[in-house]
Design a protein around this ligand. Structure first.
Ligand code: SAH
Length: 379
């Protein structure tokens, strides 16, 4: 099934049953069993639509491996635990993480590896990437399917792919933004009848002008709460990395990426990647309601520098050719510079027992030495 056919199916569905929510539209575009974006393809890399941090450099997964190893040791090096990745993409982060964590063989011996992945196409690629890894993955459809035991979980650019709802400020309150049909029969945005209870909103949202958009992420928050409950019950740590914002704010962050350029959100259902920025405030609150303790989030650049990005880059480049060193320098910049992925991407760590997790317990250190380019990167 092609994306064209998905668009026609969506149009037929709306014609028959009326407009659908932005969340339903997003879910259809990304996860339709026949034509969903992730279900049908490998979207990563130069030929795909976007490049994620693990695909930029092995250093990203290695440093996350160092985080996991420390979290494991802090747990008292249990004899068995669940190592979990949500939305592993091509499996690159896990391969790099395991290479680093293998420095302590007891980590690998104790770990049962689960990959939570819905896409059959990506499961195949993940299996291949991890062929020579010290652990064989078990594939799971949902986080809820992970067996009991202490948990160490990572998720990079997973939560941004979960469906969000949008609300529009109107004369009579916040009403849900819908995808319907224009007079010419094409997909268009409109406003529905469902309303948002605004008692929880920050004051700025309450005085926002008509037409302002506000997003909610019940799907993401529900998973964060499940993770939080699991951590509280069995112990462990979770690391959630994504682009997003630290405080609830208004604004339309729904975006489509099609062959490395921004696209009209409604233009290519199933063919373009569709994401929304993650609200880390409500995500952390949901995990806390589940029973876990969220650490104050860090920006990705700060997080990677604290874990030793510059030192790792130096070691990796030592004795190598000028061009290899140049590639490593460029990767450092892409991952950590404020105008690249360094500040837009946030890192949230959750602790099961409330103890601080390294490197979240260190004072903020300022970032220096980056050149400035215009615009940021988001995948
Ligand atoms: N973490 C990877 C890939 C990010 S893309 C990286 O950094 O490169 C999002 C990933 O989440 C893909 O693997 C996609 O197939 C998966 N995914 C999206 N929605 C999902 C869902 N509801 N359940 C499980 N996996 C999902």
């Amino acid at each position: 099934m092609t994306g064209r056919a998905l668009k026609e199916r969506l149009i037929a569905r709306i014609r028959a049953h009326g407009p659908i929510t932005v969340a339903d539209y997003m879910a259809a575009c990304l996860a339709d069993p026949e034509a969903g974006y992730y279900i049908t393809r490998d979207p990563f890399g130069k030929k795909g639509d976007f490049t994620t941090a693990p695909e930029v450099s092995q250093m990203f997964g290695e440093l996350i491996g160092a985080f996991c190893l420390q979290a494991y040791l802090d747990l008292g090096a249990p004899g068995a635990f669940q190592l979990v990745e949500l939305g592993p993409g091509r499996g690159t982060l896990m391969a790099d993480l395991l290479r680093m964590a293998s420095l302590r063989p007891e980590f690998v011996h104790a770990a049962s590896l689960s990959l939570v992945e819905t896409s059959p196409a990506l499961r195949k690629i993940q299996e291949k990437t991890l062929e020579t890894a010290p652990l064989a993955p078990a594939f799971r459809d949902r986080f809820a399917d992970i067996p009991d035991g202490p948990l160490i979980l990572v998720a990079n650019e997973f939560f941004d792919a979960l469906p969000i709802h949008q609300y529009v400020k109107t004369v009579d309150g916040w009403r849900e933004r819908m995808v319907g049909l224009a007079a010419d029969g094409e997909l268009c945005f409109g406003v529905g009848t469902s309303r948002l209870d605004d008692t929880d909103l920050p004051p700025a949202a309450r005085t926002a002008p008509e037409g302002t958009i506000l997003e909610t992420q019940p799907a993401a928050n529900a998973i964060a709460e499940e993770i939080g409950a699991r951590l509280a019950r069995h112990g462990g740590a979770a690391l959630i990395i994504d682009y997003g914002y630290l405080k609830t704010a208004t604004g339309d962050t729904l975006q489509a990426l099609y062959r490395h350029t921004h696209d009209d959100v409604l233009a290519h259902p199933g063919e373009a990647d569709l994401t929304a920025h993650v609200n880390f405030e409500t995500l952390a609150r949901a995990a806390q309601e589940g029973g876990a303790t969220p650490m104050p989030p860090l920006e990705q650049g700060e997080f990677l520098l604290r874990l030793g990005l510059l030192e790792r880059a130096g070691a990796l480049g030592s004795g190598k050719s000028h061009s290899v060193q140049e590639t490593i320098r460029d990767a450092v910049e892409r991952l950590a510079a404020p105008d690249r992925m360094g500040t837009l991407f946030k890192v949230l760590a959750l602790s099961g027992d409330g103890r601080a997790l390294a490197p979240f317990d260190m004072p903020i250190r300022t970032q220096q030495g980056f050149t400035h380019r215009r615009g940021g990167e988001n995948g």
